[in-house]
Write a protein that binds this ligand. Structure first.
Ligand code: SF4
Length: 425
């Protein structure tokens, strides 16, 4: 079985490397990302102190995770919302099933945690219709593919392909003109927001002492998703918990600058359903916004990782994407270097959260250990050190594809990956 996984993975990497569209799209994205990130870091030089503070806050939360989960759930409930703790993917899907049911129209904003649950597939199985509303995610949904970046899921798709996809759903012949394609997406999704029964999003942060959800975005779709349907459902990993709103605003600044923005267009703080007390001070839930807010805190291995002295740092990740733009492998093959989560740090998430050890092994052994990700990470995450440890563990449980095992044996025996043969002769 592992051989098949290995061959498929290898083929995917080779196909991606041979794809000139992916290479051109990534080259342009990497260049403009680096210029914009450097500008943002220069203009807001105080981000250095903020990121160091955020690291300390994350460390503190993860060392006291249980009590923070409890506090967060209490705060959510005190906001007239429903709080759920899901130990596993199955628990989360069961809760979602009870909250959403079947036959609903759902609008969804970008959420990598939902990828962890394979949520769209499961919602469709129950007879629901799901519309991704982030432009990149909509493209990915129409392609029936998987996101290739945490912030720019369709980073590898050229405009000509987008024109072809959008022409199919519009019944018109749309040109590969980026502003026009964007306007088509706007008009296509507009009535979906208002007709939908349910909105689903992830969260960039959840504030323990106020029970607030913090969403960072540029397109404005998350605002519709969280505001127009009568029911709003949030799925977020436990690592998103921060103690206070001040901590959340620090996160907003650090994520934005390291993701190459001065400031995102929208930051939403949602603390419960829409409400009014304007008539005789009688509180009524659901005015213009949702009547119900359901927040699912997903564990799925996070509390175990949080207890590990080395691997817990993977949970500091704030999904800024900065490491991906530095990674020499990612620049060649995009999100094919990953599973649900990408890049070197993605290997750790694949091992402990997705628990896909075959893929974790492949990602860990694809990593070059160059260390560029560590240098550029605002959270000082030492991905190379974790990868080395992961490789050791994988080696000890003998979960290594045969070609890689051969290389390890050669290095051990002959001090060279090529054994006695000098490849260059
Ligand atoms: S590992 Fe660091 S650089 Fe990479 S996405 Fe996470 S926080 Fe950003």
């Amino acid at each position: 079985m592992f051989d098949n996984v290995f061959q498929t993975y290898k083929l995917r990497l080779y196909e991606a490397m041979d794809n000139s569209f992916i290479r051109a799209a990534l080259r342009r994205a990497v260049d403009s990302f680096r210029i914009n990130r450097d500008k943002a870091l220069k203009r807001y030089s105080d981000v250095e102190d903020k990121r160091l503070r955020l690291i300390e806050v994350k460390k503190h939360v993860l060392s006291n995770l249980e009590s923070y989960v409890k506090q967060t759930m209490e705060s959510i409930e005190s906001n007239n919302s429903y709080a759920y703790y899901a130990k596993s993917i199955n628990d989360a899907l069961k809760i979602i099933d009870e909250v959403i049911g079947s036959g609903k129209m759902i609008v969804k904003s970008k959420s990598i945690t939902s990828e962890e649950l394979n949520l769209n597939y499961n919602l469709k199985l129950k007879g629901n219709i799901v519309y991704e509303t982030d432009l990149g995610e909509l493209i990915i949904q129409l392609l029936d593919s998987k996101p290739m970046h945490i912030l720019s899921p369709a980073i590898h798709v050229p405009k000509e392909k987008v024109a072809e996809l959008f022409s199919k759903i519009s019944g018109e012949n749309l040109p590969p003109d980026i502003p026009k394609l964007t306007m088509f997406a706007r008009s296509f999704l507009r009535d979906k927001f208002f007709k939908a029964d349910i909105g689903i999003s992830g969260a960039n942060a959840i504030v323990a002492n106020t029970g607030s959800i913090v969403l960072i975005e540029n397109e404005g779709n998350a605002r519709y998703v969280s505001n127009t349907p009568p029911k709003y459902v949030v799925i977020a990993g436990l690592e998103k918990i921060l103690p206070t709103l001040i901590d959340a605003t620090i996160l907003v600044e650090v994520v934005s600058r390291y993701a190459s923005y001065y400031m995102p267009s929208f930051v939403s703080i949602i603390s419960g359903p829409s409400k009014t007390g304007d008539i005789e001070k009688t509180q009524v839930l659901g005015v213009h916004g949702p009547r119900e807010v359901h927040i699912i805190l997903l564990d799925n291995g996070r509390s175990e990782v949080a207890r590990d002295p080395l691997f817990s740092q993977a949970l500091y990740c704030i999904r800024c994407g900065a490491c991906l733009y530095e990674c020499p492998i990612y620049q060649l093959v995009a999100g094919n270097f990953g599973y649900t989560y990408f890049g070197g740090v993605g290997a750790i998430w694949t091992a402990f959260i997705d628990r896909e050890l075959h893929y974790a092994s492949l990602i860990a052994f694809t990593c070059t250990l160059c260390g560029r990700c560590k240098v550029k990470c605002p959270m000082n995450i030492d991905t190379p050190e974790m990868i080395l440890k992961l490789r050791e563990s994988i080696h000890s449980i003998k979960l290594i594809p045969e070609p890689i095992r051969q290389i390890i044996e050669n290095v051990k025996k002959y001090g060279s990956p090529y054994g006695l043969t000098n490849r260059f002769l």
